[in-house]
Design a protein around this ligand. Structure first.
Ligand SMILES: C[S@@+](CC[C@H](N)C(=O)[O-])C[C@H]1O[C@@H](n2cnc3c(N)ncnc32)[C@H](O)[C@@H]1O
Length: 332
């Protein structure tokens, strides 16, 4: 049965109204699955957050490797901050945050159309539908303008959320041509539309300044008042055998890690609080002191990560993740 757009809009308004009462003060969580997402580590991280943040004395929060925003959502709801500067170099990721911030109802409407088209199909048809949306998403990319906010970004954000929820493993991967090339994922009941969470995220994002930019450019936005910066760059490849081939602007080379360490030092000289997380090369090679050398003089901690070292059973085991801070660790 074909559902008209009018019926969908009506359904959408009913869904929103029935959700309204309990979403007013619900907890906002990341609305995308993202590689390196920090949701599992938040409780451990919170021990290392600066005392000023915990005491409500930090006004400005900066997160220039935003990803799914797990740390932002946690901090913005647990502590009192006036404003958050959120950025990432991934243009499609960032515009999706902007759409959730500015046009959440229109986004929900787009997603409810996609969802009802998808859910009504059998598995083969769903697969075809996924590849059709992926193709549209890649073809339309050249026409998208990322330097301004406008309404074409709304269906684009809806497509990214749909692809993220239905692709294999929630991966985000581009080929050499910059096309999203993750295959279809077989999920029985993918959560394409989570109205409550989108509305909660929209509410929390009202304090955010959101931009597409390289991490170093946040220096132009730094306000010389009390601030806290959290840096979570893409991981340095953990295995010696995994050769690094950089072909996308989203890749992060060893030179970028060094550039970031210099940036960390510059921020520290101004007397502000900075925290950085990264993969710990010592998991695989105890003599690899790349980060210990780069961040000499700062406090380096190792927290337990839930990721597995690799799929070979003899190497299976939990990993540690590096946490580096430029201030004294304060008990909770
Ligand atoms: C490990 S992820 C961040 C994950 C995030 N903390 C979370 O919880 O989901 C790293 C992010 O850095 C972004 N990135 C890569 N190179 C960058 C650069 N030069 N400047 C800013 N962001 C960059 C990637 O697009 C990716 O979203």
């Amino acid at each position: 049965m074909l559902i008209s757009e009018q019926q969908l809009k009506l359904q959408f308004i009913q869904d929103c109204l029935s959700n309204k009462n309990d979403n007013n003060k619900g907890v906002a969580k990341p609305f995308l699955k993202w590689a390196g997402g920090k949701t599992q580590l938040l409780e451990q991280f919170s021990y290392y957050f600066p005392k000023e943040l915990k005491e409500g004395l930090t006004n400005y929060y900066y997160e220039p490797f935003l990803g799914s925003g797990a740390v932002f959502f946690y901090i913005a709801q647990k502590y009192q901050i006036k404003k958050a500067f959120l950025s990432d170099i991934n243009d499609d990721l960032v515009i999706t945050f902007s759409v959730v911030q500015n046009n959440v109802y229109e986004l929900i409407n787009e997603l409810s159309i996609i969802k009802s088209e998808y859910i009504s199909k059998n598995e083969d048809e769903r697969k075809n539908y996924y590849y059709k949306i992926r193709e549209q998403y890649n073809v339309e990319k050249v026409h998208i303008k990322y330097d301004k906010y406008y309404e074409d970004l709304i269906p684009r954000a809806a497509k990214l959320i749909f692809l993220n929820k239905t692709c294999f493993n929630g991966l985000y991967r581009l080929n050499r041509k910059g096309e999203f090339n993750v295959p279809f994922g077989r999920y029985k009941n993918p959560r394409i539309l989570d109205i409550d969470n989108l509305l909660n995220a929209n509410r929390i994002l009202q304090i955010a300044d959101i931009s597409i930019t390289d991490f170093e450019n946040i220096k132009d936005k730094i306000i010389n008042d009390k601030f806290f910066v959290y840096l979570d760059p893409p991981y340095r490849p953990i295995s010696n055998t995994s050769s690094f081939t950089s072909y996308s602007k989203y890749d992060f080379s060893e030179e970028d890690q060094i550039r970031l360490a210099n940036f960390f030092c510059t921020l520290s000289k101004n007397g502000n609080k900075v925290m950085l997380s990264n993969s710990d090369p010592k998991n695989e090679n105890p003599s690899d002191s790349f980060f210990d050398d780069l961040y000499k003089g700062f406090s380096i901690y190792r927290v337990k990560a839930n990721r597995m070292i690799n799929c070979k059973s003899n190497k299976r085991g939990s990993l540690t993740e590096l946490l580096i801070i430029n201030y004294k660790q304060q008990p909770n």
